[in-house]
Design a protein around this ligand. Structure first.
Ligand code: CA
Length: 230
C-alpha cells in the first residue's frame, strides 16, 4: 500500500514504554504511526499531519488530554478525526467527562491491546471506511479498498491513482459537497501546491471512466461550492 493511502494514527502518550507498545501493535496492523510525547507536540502534529485517528492519553505533562480533545473538536477541519481517550481513571464520572469533551471513545488502562486495536478499527470504520479494507458502495458503484478494484455494475472501472482517491473520498460520504480546496487537502495532501483547476481535470477523468460503459454521471457539480457524489 502506498504510504499516503495507509491510515495514520497519532499516539499521544508521555510514557515511552506505553508509546512503544502502541506503536508496535499499530504498525503490525498496517497503520502509519506518528508519536507525540506531550500536549504541545501533539497539537502541532495534529495540524500538520491531520491523522486519521488519535489515541490520546488523559494525563500528559503540559496541556492535558482533555484540553487537546476540546481543541480538536472545536475546529471544523479537525473535528471529524476520531479521538480515543486512554485513561487510568476508571470512575464513571471521568468516563462521562471524557466523552463530554467530544472524545469518540474511552479506554481504561491497563487495556488489552487486542481490544484497543478492535476499537481503533471500529472508529475508523465509521469515519473512514476505506482505511480498514471495506467495500464502499453507492448505487451501482463498488470500490473494494482491499483489492483496489472498482466496478460499475458488471464492468470493472480502471482508474488512475488520483481518480481512485477522489472516488474513495466521495464514497465515504455520499451526498456531501466537497469544495475544491477540501478535495486538494484530502486527495493530494496539504503540503503539495496544486492549482484548484487540477481538481476539475481529474473530476473530468473520473466522470469519463465511470460512464465508459454507459450509465448516468453520478458526480454532481454544485455551482460555487464544489462536487458531490449523488
Ligand atoms: Ca500519561
Amino acid at each position: 500500500m502506498p504510504a499516503d493511502m495507509q491510515p495514520s494514527v497519532l499516539v499521544v502518550e508521555d510514557e515511552t514504554a506505553q508509546r512503544e507498545i502502541l506503536t508496535y501493535n499499530l504498525e503490525g496492523e498496517g497503520f502509519r504511526v506518528i508519536q507525540a510525547a506531550d500536549g504541545n507536540e501533539a497539537l502541532l502534529l495534529i495540524e500538520e499531519e491531520t491523522p486519521d485517528l488519535i489515541l490520546l492519553d488523559w494525563m500528559l505533562p503540559g496541556v492535558s488530554g482533555i484540553e487537546i480533545c476540546r481543541q480538536i473538536k472545536v475546529k471544523p477541519a479537525l473535528r471529524m478525526i476520531p479521538v480515543i481517550m486512554l485513561s487510568a481513571r476508571s470512575e464513571e464520572v471521568d468516563r462521562v467527562r471524557g466523552l463530554e469533551t467530544g472524545a469518540d471513545d474511552y479506554v481504561v488502562k491497563p487495556f488489552s491491546v487486542i481490544e484497543l486495536m478492535a476499537r481503533v478499527k471500529a472508529n475508523l470504520r465509521r469515519s473512514r471506511p476505506s482505511t480498514v479494507g471495506e467495500r464502499l458502495i453507492f448505487d451501482d458503484i463498488l470500490l473494494d479498498s482491499e483489492t483496489h478494484k472498482v466496478f460499475r455494475g458488471e464492468h470493472e472501472v480502471r482508474l488512475g491513482p488520483t481518480e481512485y482517491r477522489l472516488l474513495t473520498t466521495f464514497l465515504e460520504k455520499p451526498g456531501r459537497v466537497w469544495s475544491r480546496e477540501q478535495l486538494l487537502d484530502r486527495v493530494w495532501g496539504r503540503d503539495i501546491y496544486v492549482d484548484t483547476r487540477t481538481v476539475d481535470v481529474h473530476i473530468g477523468r473520473l466522470r469519463k471512466a465511470l460512464s465508459r460503459h454507459g450509465g448516468d454521471d453520478p458526480i454532481r457539480t454544485v455551482r460555487g461550492a464544489g462536487y458531490a457524489l449523488g
